[in-house]
Ligand binder design. Structure first.
Ligand code: BES
Ligand code: MN
Ligand code: ZN
Length: 518
């Protein structure tokens, strides 16, 4: 997984020295600095710009540039400065002033640098020499801020253009952008940036998995790509249909039985935490959800290539955790199937026995995600007795009705785990909103013919789906994240322009960092 920006962290006086050297012929130099509220520029940047202060204030006056977040000012060939292009990126007020317009109450200072990294990357093109002076007015700077900045730049510059055979110009060919990053503490910043590359790679991996079409990304191909984590020291085990049948995973297998593609269960294990009990992440990996016999309408059915965003997030998180050698034990389980209608497909009315022994009446073959997760959850509970389980799934359209694309839905049988996840959501900006669960909702999935049915009727669709999953986790602390609204097709942001958002990778990595590392 390659990142499209290369950072070389250097001391601020090294930047000054570099600017004293004439530009290379044919390789124009760009200098990026940041301005706070009312065009405030921090000391180190200011001294570099001493020869062009007057030009900056005049240009800013003409452009009405005041340093607001999301705005920028560009000066071409300014006299008295050895650069072809000077870009001043607005960083707004240090404390996230509401009047800046792009902050929400849950934004934090660290997200400031993340988003700034994204905004900066958006203004850079490959080819020339690029110098960024990461010195901000009235904002304390530490190596973690540099790491957030780099992460934001990496995430912003990700592009999925693998299948575009005609690329117009250089900026569309993914040449890396090389950045000389001037910072206060270059050695520490460089190390922090290197560590956050692991996380960026994890997010980018998840995005690519979501973006890939299902004719390429079959369950077998997904399992193969997940197996590449072995290079990072992750133990990978792939169960095929025969192995799953022996374990009695009839709920999962029933979903895949109408597809030509073989179903798989991928188990990823990162053992960095000694003998602590593991935390387990379980992902819905429906590589394509046609609905099966209860077939979906044609409109937007192509989006259902992204119905494996949960499994993608788990894979990306395991990548990040292993690549940064986290001191934690983490298990990832991916339920990989394709939901298709054919002569062998599962029918409404069928009754299947899950690995747990509980029986399920299929009312609607389009409520397939919970069937896949049921057996994946039983497997991980039985085999690994995890300290906590978090499952991620593009599970219900109803969560989009409830929360839109702003928040992921959070359901849990454990307040502490729910709290930890919510907190990680605030820190990363991958926000969660907890919804209720309870026996009254649970009743809605009781079945006339079996232990339960796979849909609960029109009301509270996301909650009855969560109640269904809860029946397979026993007493294990568990949380379910419904990411149907956040995992794909999210509106573009400072740090994401891709259809597949990679949502959940940063959240899970943060959850592990803050709670499960020794
Ligand atoms: N994969 C879908 C949910 C989905 C919808 C994800 C839109 C992303 C965007 C899921 O398998 C599904 O079809 N759910 C049904 C459940 C219903 C039949 C009880 C739904 O939400 O309509
Ligand atoms: Mn479905
Ligand atoms: Zn689905």
């Amino acid at each position: 997984m390659t990142l499209n920006v290369k950072f070389d962290a250097v001391a601020l006086d090294a930047v000054a020295a570099r600017l004293g050297v004439a530009e290379d012929a044919g390789r124009s130099r760009t200098l990026v600095v940041f301005a706070g509220k009312d065009l405030a520029i921090a000391d180190a940047a200011k001294s570099l710009l001493s020869g062009v202060q007057e030009q900056i204030s005049r240009a800013a006056g003409v452009a009405k540039f005041k340093g607001k977040v999301g705005s920028s000012l560009e000066l071409l060939a300014p006299g008295g400065l050895g650069v072809s292009r000077l870009v001043i990126v607005g960083a707004g007020a240090a404390d996230g002033d509401e009047s800046e317009g792009s902050k929400s109450e849950t934004d934090t200072k660290s997200n400031d640098f993340l988003n700034l990294g994204g905004q900066t990357a958006a203004r850079l093109t490959p080819g020339g020499e690029i110098i960024v002076v990461l010195d901000l007015p009235d904002r304390s700077f530490d190596p973690a801020a540099a790491a957030q900045f780099a992460l934001g730049a990496w995430l912003r510059s990700y592009k999925f253009d693998h299948y575009k055979t005609r690329k117009k110009d250089d900026s569309e060919k993914q040449e890396p952008i090389e950045v000389l990053l001037g910072v206060a503490n270059a050695a520490a910043a460089g190390a922090a940036i290197a560590e956050s590359a692991a996380l960026a790679e994890g997010v980018v991996l998840a995005r690519t998995l979501v973006n890939e079409p299902a004719n390429v990304l079959s369950p077998t191909e997904f399992a193969r790509r997940a197996s590449e984590l072995m290079k990072l020291g992750v133990e990978v085990e792939i169960l095929d249909e025969k192995a799953m049948a022996e374990l009695g995973m009839r709920a999962l297998l029933g979903v895949g039985q109408g597809s030509e593609a073989e179903s798989k269960l991928a188990v990823l294990r990162w053992n960095g935490g000694g003998d602590a009990p593991p935390v387990a992440f379980v992902g819905k990996g429906v590589v394509f959800d046609s609905g099966g016999v209860s077939i979906k309408p044609a409109a937007s059915m192509e989006d259902m290539k992204g119905d494996m965003a949960g499994a993608a997030a788990v894979t990306g998180a395991l990548h990040a955790i292993a690549a940064r050698k986290a001191k934690a034990n983490v298990i990832g389980v991916l339920g990989l199937v394709e939901n298709m209608p054919d002569g062998k497909a599962q029918r409404p009315g069928d009754i299947v026995k899950s690995m747990s022994g509980q029986t399920i009446e299929i009312i609607n073959t389009d409520a397939e995600g919970r069937l896949v997760l049921a057996d994946a959850l039983t497997y991980v509970v039985d085999k690994y007795k995890p300290a906590a389980i978090v499952d991620l799934a593009t599970l219900t359209g109803a969560i989009l009705v409830a929360l839109g694309q702003e928040y992921g839905g959070l359901f849990s049988n454990n307040d502490e785990l729910a709290e930890r996840l919510s907190k990680a959501g605030v820190t990363t900006g991958e926000k969660l909103w907890r919804l209720p669960m309870g026996p009254a909702y649970d009743k809605l999935i009781d079945s006339k013919f079996a232990d339960m049915k796979n849909t609960g009727g029109r009301h509270a669709g996301s909650i009855t789906a969560a109640q269904f999953l809860q029946r397979f986790v026993g007493k294990t602390p568990w949380a379910h994240l419904d990411i149907a609204g956040t995992g794909m097709g999210s509106p573009s942001s400072d740090i994401n322009q891709s259809w597949g958002s990679g949502w959940g990778v940063r959240l899970l990595d943060r959850l592990v960092r803050d709670n499960y590392e020794s």
